[in-house]
Write a protein that binds this ligand. Structure first.
Ligand SMILES: NC(=O)c1ccc[n+]([C@@H]2O[C@H](COP(=O)([O-])OP(=O)(O)OC[C@H]3O[C@@H](n4cnc5c(N)ncnc54)[C@H](OP(=O)(O)O)[C@@H]3O)[C@@H](O)[C@H]2O)c1
Length: 429
């Protein structure tokens, strides 16, 4: 029997989940793994007397965790600077660290993972909560060459888009409900603007394609511009709108590189990811030997996230941890302008002769071919209608130029109302 002494930083949602799982399942963990988990220290800003610390000493000073009676440090405070410093100090002191902090790994993971190569830093809980996607990529599927990793990796966005589609809720109502249910923060910016998903995708892209984490190279778009009309028209065309993170290898020869992007996308309604709803997360991995594998489950929540944190702890205690190394080589990240995909366009135009032709001509001038087009009926009393177009695959920069030309031309004849909405289509082939 091996006793492992834990020092926990933070006493919030995830830390409480960790304490609760140890209290409830500690015996089972010991029987299964031969590891006895003992929390010796907890350090956090505020003591919460209602939380059972399982006999651990409490301190408000995080540096008290770097002590002889702590074998593994659990960083569960979140944020960047303080968390980074704590992880660095622990690794320097030869203490392995487990963190749930995607922001710190996406921004500082490269230096932290190599700062003391003999001491492991594990972060399963940082991506997709309870889903063991890091272990899948780093261990179970390690003998594969990865081609694509696509996921719904932000539960808040997924909840909002599902509520907009299935309950006909406007964006603001769906967001409000997500906040009331505890699925979204009081300040939801990080989630709905795609930043949280970009942190997670940075980690997935780096691990799948053996390249350093490069948050700055991830293209980021949130869900704030998605309207009920877009969702309705997408359904008519056989798609559902999901907020996805996509990391894939693209291009050949010197042009070869990693595409890493986070944005809303039209997904074919019958695709696996199109049917992952509410706060659930899911990641589809495509690789040469295993083919397509789907991982799905709760992407957040105290207990679900703590399950991954403690999975890392037990793996470390059993000495199965992959020792971090700097064996990753820098791979080119493909600029969003070079990405090729089909597009959905919703163009609100004045209902008058010649406007549709102008839209079609503009697409043709930019060598963009149209796969499908719908002209909606005007709403009673309105002089405007929506033209909805699905394009064949086209380079992003060409599409952007075509949309800019269209805006200009329709603006000149005052034929448009509101902005053109463009959403990328991902067939996930
Ligand atoms: N919650 C989830 O579902 C979830 C899912 C996946 C990953 N994560 C990640 O897990 C980590 C923890 O999240 P959480 O939801 O548990 O957060 P939380 O509920 O806000 O808890 C954070 C805890 O850390 C303490 N803390 C924050 N800054 C501190 C500082 N500078 N010094 C000392 N203590 C500090 C807080 O103290 P106060 O009580 O005084 O504020 C609180 O006890 C984050 O990195 C988050 O991204 C969370």
């Amino acid at each position: 029997m091996k006793q492992v002494r834990l020092g926990i930083a933070g006493l919030g949602t995830v830390a409480q989940g960790v304490l609760s799982i140890i209290a409830t399942n500690g015996d089972k963990i010991r029987a299964r793994s031969g590891v006895e988990l003992k929390v010796t220290r907890v350090a956090s800003r505020t003591l919460r007397p209602e939380v059972d610390l399982l006999g651990a000493d409490f301190s408000q000073d995080l540096s008290d965790l770097i002590a002889d009676d702590v074998d593994i440090v659990l960083e569960l405070i979140g944020g960047e600077e303080v968390a980074k410093n704590l992880i660095e100090t622990a690794l320097d002191a030869d203490k392995p660290v487990v963190t749930a902090n995607k922001a710190v790994i996406a921004s500082f993971g490269n230096e932290l993972l190599t700062s003391n190569a003999n001491v492991p830093l594990k972060f399963e809980a940082a991506v997709a909560g309870a889903i063991p996607i890091i272990q899948a990529i780093q261990d179970s599927l390690i003998c594969n060459d990865f081609q694509q990793v696509v996921g719904i990796i932000n539960g808040t966005c997924n909840y909002i888009l599902t509520a907009m589609e299935e309950l006909d809720q406007p964006f603001a109502t769906a967001l409000n409900n997500a906040q009331e249910l505890g699925y979204a923060e009081a300040d939801p910016t990080f989630d709905i603007e795609g930043v949280d998903a970009a942190h997670k995708l940075t980690i997935l892209a780096g691990l799948a394609f053996d390249t350093p984490f490069e948050l700055d190279h991830v293209y980021v778009e949130g869900i704030t511009k998605i309207t009920a009309q877009d969702i309705e028209y997408a359904a008519e065309l056989g798609y559902r709108i999901k907020h996805v993170g996509i990391a894939k290898l693209a291009g050949d020869g010197v042009d070869k590189g990693v595409e890493a992007r986070v944005h809303p996308a039209l997904i074919p309604s019958n695709a696996l990811l199109a049917n992952v709803n509410d706060v659930a997360n899911a990641v589809v991995v495509r690789s040469d030997a295993a083919g397509q594998t789907l991982f799905s489950g709760p992407g957040a929540g105290g207990m679900a996230t703590a399950s991954s944190v403690l999975g890392d702890v037990v793996a470390l205690a059993r000495s199965e941890a992959r020792v971090s190394s700097d064996s990753r080589t820098k791979t080119r990240y493909i600029d969003i302008g070079e990405v090729v995909c089909s597009n959905y366009l919703r163009i609100p135009v004045r209902d008058e002769p010649g406007v549709f032709a102008q839209v079609a001509n503009t697409m043709s001038e930019h060598d963009i071919s149209i796969e499908a087009a719908i002209q909606k009926e005007p709403i009673e009393g309105s002089a405007f209608v929506d033209i909805v177009i699905v394009t064949h695959a086209i380079t992003e920069s060409v599409m952007e130029r075509a949309v800019a030309t269209l805006r200009e031309k329709l603006g000149e004849r005052e034929a448009s109302q509101g902005d053109i909405s463009r959403i990328r289509i991902e067939t996930l082939d």
